[in-house]
Each structure stands twice: as structure tokens, then as C-alpha cells.
Design a protein around this ligand. Sequence first.
Ligand code: SF4
Length: 323
Amino acid sequence: MSDNALLAIDQVTKTFPWGKHRIEAVRRVSLSIGTAETLGLVGESGSGKSTLGRLAIGLLAPDRGTVTVSGVNLGAVAPRTLRTMRQTLQIVFQDPGAALNARVSVAANILEPLVVHNIGTRDERLRRVGRLLERVGLTTAHGPAMPDELSGGQLQRVMIARALALGPKLLVCDEILSALDLSVQAQVLSLLDDLRTTEDLAYLFISHNLSAVAYLSDRIGVMYLGELVEWAPTAALVAAPKHPYTQALFQSILEVPTSKAARKSLTGIPGEVPSAIDRPLGCAFHTRCPLAMDICRQEAPPWLTVGDQHQAACHALAAVEEG
Ligand code: SF4
């Protein structure tokens, strides 16, 4: 983890109530993102990616561990300071239709964060909205339109404009391509790529679409059942994934089906992700792993350095290293 990271997540665990119990949605995850860096997060449904995205920007508070932004622990600041800091931490969700206010215009939706944070005069805000619309590939003519008059791709651009309104340093993109057709996905990816340079933006890019993650990300983290199991620079991970889960994930698909049901079990990886209520002991992947050994059912695997800035947690890799 870099000392001067924009975002540093250190040993973070997040649980949610489940009947009389609590389930761990995110478990002892550590990662960091530098200024204008893109970290991609991949993993099947239920791997904890979206929860981690919300923890990263202070929408959720961890049960254990710390989330630090530019050296400031989000869990140790006053609510007012957190509110100010959150101007630099924004998120774009999968479904713009649900995230936008359908009863007001596109311009009003983009304007809202500026009003809430009391930034600028009315004229300055309106000028900023016009610039933001153009910045995301729309025009000022889209401002008066109602959200239901725009296409899915245009709505996602509006969501990005709204997220940019407060001048964020980190943008969490949570499955923002899922509902878009392929050509529009490519356009949105190109826009994100462009914005990271011009706006000095860092991304936590969460997606089932491995090819999109590989296109945009400097580094990729792989999650399974709430845990990070491997991370590496993109080129290294795509060329030579080390963890058996990552290998299976990359072999299974390059383009994942968009329906939730189809995503539940990825072809090529036998079985389904176990329930977090009944987390397997040892390595959580042992119930599906073709390389599972006795130790995998008993002990959590150690983190190993398997290449330059490339780490994976796996007993089989440890055995190879020892052998
Ligand atoms: Fe498979 Fe064991 Fe490695 Fe887990 S620790 S991925 S079960 S070999």
C-alpha cells in the first residue's frame, strides 16, 4: 500500500445483520488507489465489490479497519468534515433511472449537488451545468429535457456529469456499463478514459465486464466472497493470473451476461459462490477449486508476492514456492 495514496483501505471488514447473525460482506480487505489511478475490481455477484465501493467513499462505515482519503481517516473525522470530504468522493450507479430524480429536468439533477453544498451563485451553477453537459458529450439542449426523454447511454452521461459537479478526485463506478448495449459501453468507456486525464480523476471501477476492466484499469483486484484474493498491474494479471479463481474467471468469459440470473454462476467455474452466512473455513474458494488440498479446508491462505506488484493468496502457490 502506498504511503501517499489518494485512497487507502486497510484491513476493512463490513458486516450486515442477517436474522440473529451477521454476515461478512467484506472481509479484511486492504488496497490503495493513487491520484488519477484506476483500480478495477472483478468477481462474481456476492463478492463484495459494491459494498467495498460504498466503503471507499464513506457511504458505509467499516466494522473494523480504516478507510483513509489523502491521509485522513474517514472514521475519525466529524460528520461535517466527512460531508465536506465526500465532495471529492463520488459514485455512479448501475441504474441511472433509479438514481436520478425523474420529476425534475436533467439540468436540475446535475445542479442538485451544487445546491446541497451551497457552491456558487445561481448563474455560476447554471454555467457549470452547461459545461458539464458538454464535458460528458451532451449539449446544453439536453438540460431542459426530463430523464425519461433520454436514452440509457445519455442518462449514464448525465449521472457522470452529476458526479463531476463537485470536482471529485475519486469516482466509484459500480457496474455502470451493465445496462448499456455494446456500442454505448464503448462510448462511455472512452469518456471515462478521457476524463481521468483531463479531470485528474481516480476510479474504482467495478464491473463484471472483464474486457472493460482490463481496458480502463491500471491495476486489477479480484474478489471472492468478500475477500481480495489477487491483485496486480492489469497487463500482468491478464497475461498470467496466478490464483485459481482468477484463472477460472478469466477463462470463463470475456463478456459476461448482463442478467443477474445468468451472472450467478459463471460458466467454466463449477458450482456457485457459497453463502456468506455459511462461509467455508480456510480458503473460501476450496469448495470449487480443482487444486484444493487439505490445508485449504483448514487454514486461510497466505499472501504471496508472485511478481512485480503482483500478489495472490493461495496455498497451492505457497507449496510451489516452497517446493
Ligand atoms: Fe484453491 Fe487452496 Fe489456493 Fe484456495 S488456497 S485457491 S482452495 S489451492
